[in-house]
Design a protein around this ligand. Sequence first.
Ligand code: GLN
Length: 308
Amino acid sequence: MTMLQETAEKALQHGKQFIPQGKVADYIPELGKVDPNQLGLCLLTTDKEKICCGDVDHRFTMQSVSKTATLAIALQELGFDEVFSHVMMEPSGDAFNSILKLDLASNRPYNPLLNAGAIEVISLLSPTSSFDELLSYIRVLCMDTDIVLDEDVYQSEYLTGNRNRAIGYLLKSKGVLQGDVLKTVDLYFKMCSLSVNARSLAGFGLILANGGIDPYSGRRILDGWVCRTVKTLMLTCGMYDGSGEFAVRVGIPAKSGVGGGIMASADNRMGIGVFGPSLDDKGNSISGIQALEYLSHELNLHIFESQR
Ligand code: GLN
């Protein structure tokens, strides 16, 4: 067993202790059916080491981790100015599905990693990108050709997604969302319902950590500035209203989803994919955060760790 494998196994055991303190998301009924006792970790390093432990093969839905993917695609395809003329870059300090600041304090969504911002970004992509095209792009970003739409979760989101429709209509009333609200929100539900595993999220984290180049094929998938922009927003906004504490304690750009996934990207070192469906009260994987904090300390992954 390599040193990295041993550290990952210990991080997994450490994280598991916290599972009983959280609970699975059930506001999307289909997500409530998942066994909360699972935890999987996958580490893919820039020098091509692959470490997997725990429940790494279990498929779950990407949920809000998809916001990072649609942001990367929009930046790459539409450019920096177009994207950020429609959405800001500020942490909101509010819950992921909050409507408050959008209604009271601003016309543009606070950032692209909140529901409002992600719905806005998807409205920018939808005139030129179909669901199938976005799916193909995400398969490349995650280095996983097996990603498909989880129909049951999609139906469940569709039936219970009225708050997201409300966000869409609020954006439309403010004149920021172009196009059809229901079609845009439907594409958002589909992005959230793509089924991935911890390995796929590690693949995405690896491409971001490696400046946009897939180290296996040598192929450039994203421009360096796109990776830099996405990772900065992950650090400041990726864990919702838990982003500040996560940045202090863990210090790795990361994005969570209520399906239990966390995609983390330790610059020049590795991508880390986590699956731990037991969530804290902010909707972040409770055991996943603990496992990442352990890894960050043991492997010196904190972005502001001084090398001297
Ligand atoms: N589909 C979920 C929603 O819109 C995604 C939220 C999340 O993962 N935080 O409510």
